[in-house]
Ligand binder design. Structure first.
Ligand SMILES: N[C@@H](CCC(=O)N[C@@H](CS)C(=O)NCC(=O)O)C(=O)O
Length: 202
């Protein structure tokens, strides 16, 4: 199995999940601007969507969309407890969170990564993001992880997204529960190993 990733991008979520699950995989860095993998392949031939993450399965096929890739990884290693069993209400709660993180948080960050995004769009998205993060802060108040007292793939995703606040001068300290949460998740060995492997920390 191979994970195509860009350091610090949303592909860091499945990267953390693979390490939490103890699944053996090959990480391959992608230069998204040049659509080139570290091995010199044309990334658009691998994933015509042109973005990360992409997980290449052992049969050579490609699985994309962070929320789905995360659940696939969780289901490969049920003993790791990264997702509740399929078909249970708890699983739908996890999917509810993954969808929220993808559509309401992840994509609201997008203009901040685009140097050509007009300032009005950035201002609009910052207001929206502030509302979403304030909501997350209320949810994490008194709770260790996104879905409750158990670490799941939703935490791999939320940690990755909140980490972007540092890049865009969004002060996380205004949301005390989120700040505590980040400290807690950052201390996990899987997270430290992932960030080291992606060259984000020493
Ligand atoms: N819908 C995709 C979006 C993935 C995405 O936005 N990836 C970003 C990095 S966080 C990317 O590769 N952007 C480069 C591009 O879109 O060309 C998902 O949920 O996985």
């Amino acid at each position: 199995m191979k994970l195509y990733f860009k350091p610090g991008a949303c592909s860091m979520a499945p990267h953390i999940a693979l390490r939490e699950a103890g699944i053996s995989f090959e990480p391959e860095k992608v230069d998204l601007a040049r659509h080139q993998t570290a091995a010199g392949e044309d990334y658009l031939r691998i994933n015509p969507k042109g973005y990360v993450p992409a997980l290449q399965l052992d049969d050579g096929s490609i699985l994309t969309e962070a929320g789905v890739v995360l659940q696939y990884i969780a289901d490969l290693a049920p003993a790791a407890g990264l997702a509740p069993r399929t078909g249970t209400l708890e699983r739908y709660r996890l999917m509810e969170w993954l969808n929220f993180l993808s559509t309401e948080v992840h994509k609201t960050f997008s203009p901040f990564f685009n140097p050509k995004a007009p300032p009005e769009i950035k201002e609009y998205n910052l207001r929206l993001l502030t509302r979403r993060l304030a909501y997350l802060d209320t949810q994490l108040d008194g709770r260790s992880y996104v879905t409750g007292d158990r670490f799941t793939v939703a935490d791999c995703y939320l940690f990755t997204l909140l980490n972007w606040c540092n890049l865009h001068q969004i002060e996380l300290a205004q949301w005390p529960a989120l700040k505590d949460y980040m400290g807690r998740i950052a201390a996990r060995p899987s997270v430290r190993e992932t960030m080291k492997a992606e060259g984000l920390i020493n």
